[in-house]
Design a protein around this ligand. Structure first.
Ligand SMILES: Nc1ncnc2c1ncn2[C@@H]1O[C@H](COP(=O)(O)OP(=O)(O)O)[C@@H](O)[C@H]1O
Ligand SMILES: [Mg+2]
Length: 272
């Protein structure tokens, strides 16, 4: 097995009296697709928000491993969600949202440049003076933007307004934007929501290509079971905030606990 990029260790998240996540542990292997699934209210989005830094977990550790060694990210304080901060949540992790968040009035390529400027935070002064370092960074940002447009089959749309693109292409633009920041982990929140079957097939191909050709580590929340089974190497199932199953797509699909959770019946009824 490959090394784990992300390790979630005994994480609990409480909102007042509500326990949204209870003692959740799992890991995401490098270069693989890990899916987080479960019925509505299972705690998937909350887990995502803890990982991406929107929430600070009540208990437990979240560790992001990388070339600089393990980085404990569980103790970072919650950042206020202000304009633009959803583009870059914390170092090494990029995400997309269930409800697409793009700058609709900007062109496709501008969306990718803005994301990179927020990620690198080049000083304003170097921009005004147009120092060599600034011009080099700008050139690299443009190259990276076109590279990812090419990878997401969006090169022909570079100068269109983001808001004018069909939904499936907006999704792919969101993924391109996340990839432009060079994340160690990309988190996709229900990427197939609202897509038609042909757009969903394109999406599956794009996600698989991220792993196979770019060695990208992907964590995905998804309701479309066909998509989950097709693209995932590893599936973690949450129910009532707890992990009830963890393994290969085959293992999870045949686990009576998972079937019971989805049907809303007891495990014994499934086994019977
Ligand atoms: N900000 C919040 N404040 C209070 N309760 C919340 C909050 N976010 C989620 N919850 C509760 O936590 C539980 C899990 O929610 P969520 O993580 O959104 O589930 P899922 O994404 O799997 O549908 C639900 O009972 C939900 O009502
Ligand atoms: Mg949710």
């Amino acid at each position: 097995m490959n090394a784990a990029i992300l390790e979630v260790q005994n994480v609990s998240m409480r909102f007042g009296g509500i326990v949204a996540n209870r003692n959740v542990s799992f890991s995401a292997e490098k270069g693989a697709v890990t899916a987080l699934i479960g019925p509505n209210g299972a705690g998937k989005t909350t887990m995502f928000n803890c990982i991406t830094g929107f929430y600070r977990a009540s208990e437990g550790r979240i560790v992001l491993n990388g070339k600089d060694g393990a980085q404990d990210i569980g103790d970072l304080a919650t950042r206020p969600i202000t304009g633009g901060s959803h583009l870059v949540t914390r170092a090494g992790i990029a995400r997309t949202f269930q409800n697409i968040r793009l700058f609709r009035e900007m062109s496709v390529v501008e969306n990718l440049l803005v994301a990179q400027h927020l990620a690198t935070r080049n000083g304003i002064l170097s921009g005004v003076l147009r120092t060599p370092a600034f011009r080099r960074a700008e050139r690299e940002a443009i190259d990276r933007a076109y590279y990812w447009l090419e990878q997401m089959s969006l090169a022909d749309d570079a100068n269109r307004l983001a808001g004018e693109l069909p939904y499936g292409r907006q999704r792919r633009l969101e993924i391109a934007r996340a990839m432009c920041t060079g994340p160690r982990l990309i988190c996709l929140d229900e990427p197939a929501a609202g897509l038609n079957p042909s757009e969903t097939r394109d999406l599956a191909e794009v996600i698989q290509r991220l792993c196979k050709e770019h060695g990208q580590t992907v964590l995905v929340i998804e309701h479309d079971m066909g998509l989950v089974m097709r693209i995932s190497n590893h599936i973690v199932v949450l129910d009532h905030g707890e992990v009830i199953s963890d393994g290969t797509p085959d293992h999870v699909a045949n686990d009576p606990a998972v079937v019971a959770a989805y049907l809303g019946v007891s495990e014994e009824e499934v086994r019977a």
